[in-house]
Design a protein around this ligand. Sequence first.
Ligand code: GDP
Ligand code: IMO
Ligand code: MG
Length: 428
Amino acid sequence: MPAIVLVGAQWGDEGKGKATDALGHRVDYVVKYNGGNNAGHTVVVGGEKYALHLLPSGILTPGCTPVIGNGVVIDLSVLFQEIEGLTTRGVDCSKLRISANAHVIAPYNRTIDKVTERFLGKRKIGTTGRGVGPTYADKMNRVGIRVQDLFDEHILAQKVEGALMQKNHLLVKVYNRREITVAEVVEELLSYTERLRPMVADVSLELGQALDREETVLFEGGQATLLDVDHGTYPFVTSSNPTSAGACTGSGVPPTRIDRVIGVVKAYATRVGEGPFPTELFDADGERLRDVGHEYGTTTGRPRRCGWYDAPVARYASRINGVTDFVLTKLDVLTGFERLPVCVAYDVDGVRTPEMPLTQTDFHHAKPVYEYFDGWEDDISGARSFEDLPKNAQTYVLALEEMSGSRISAVGVGPDRDATVVRHDMLG
Ligand code: GDP
Ligand code: IMO
Ligand code: MG
């Protein structure tokens, strides 16, 4: 089963990093295909905690080749800091491959991300402030800087000059910031060129050849379905395509080669930043989910907004991504709740709506219609087979499976790599 895409089914932070890492020993290549260091994946291996932002989680598996595809935007200072940090801890990063077509987050894009948010005021998106949105905007406007530009000093200077012509007007006249010089940007970017050179590769070609050899390639999505710029809760989204189709455009591997799509979904729901979230809780239950689930951003440390499981969102993710298997994460966090509400449909201005509404206005108005399930008291973190779970936990999982559009093949019961109940072989 060679090509598998793994995506977030909600608003991010579902536990994609742990799921990727858990499959790692059976995977030859792990490819990051979208986003940048706005992502934050916490992976726990034998009690050791790793926080990854730009590097694919497969980097923690010895023997697995990590790849950064053309769809990613790269902050080079973060890249080399992350490589250095991991190398110091004994993780081998020498096999990393980076697409020559990936875009680079230029220093001015970080500035523009932050000042734009400030100017939006109460209409802000709540971005991670890493320059991700402005860098994708440059890509679409055809004034972006790509990895390959760092190997031609003349072209690089020309492109930076082109990009800064407009941006300096914006920075100085609108945002009241200092002018950025072409020389300072070029100098910073060129300082990475020699370290980058051995990693740069024709990623599409290498992955195509690996698939021809029947090797297993796992595409690891950053962010999630409802943060997708096309299919998410626009404008409260990120600026890339985290959904499964993005794996193809973001790596140069065609749809005909994708065999399976794994959707990672939390047993409840969280969101960071602004935007609609129908099942959001503002009470003690929400606080408890945040505390027990340690729901604080890996990237920005912001408290995550917490709420109950939303089945129409999971069904939507199943359809948009073509999910073949769900990994249901953090079931252990629900232990001890007396009853567990699950959103089965929305009430939109008095009309029962079973699927994602057609318009954002309606989604902003959507009130959850809940069905209630009995909770369980026993600690489930040691469960390793479905039968180890208390009856009520089994009922909850089976009900979610029934409502969410695809089978639930694994259930997370703790942060550690091994804390998972496997129901079906996802790669077989
Ligand atoms: P990602 O961005 O989708 O990779 O998710 P994050 O790493 O941002 O957030 C998920 C958090 O939940 C991390 O701290 C994980 O260590 C943790 N986690 C993942 N799966 C489980 C699980 O099944 N149970 C518990 N308790 N924690 C989990
Ligand atoms: P992982 O991969 C959760 C959110 C931000 C903001 C919006 C746009 O860890 O699941 P951006 O900086 O991308 O322009 O911000 O998207 N966001 C995430 N939320 N998890 C993430 O990544 C996110 N990456 C971006 O909070 O609302
Ligand atoms: Mg995260």
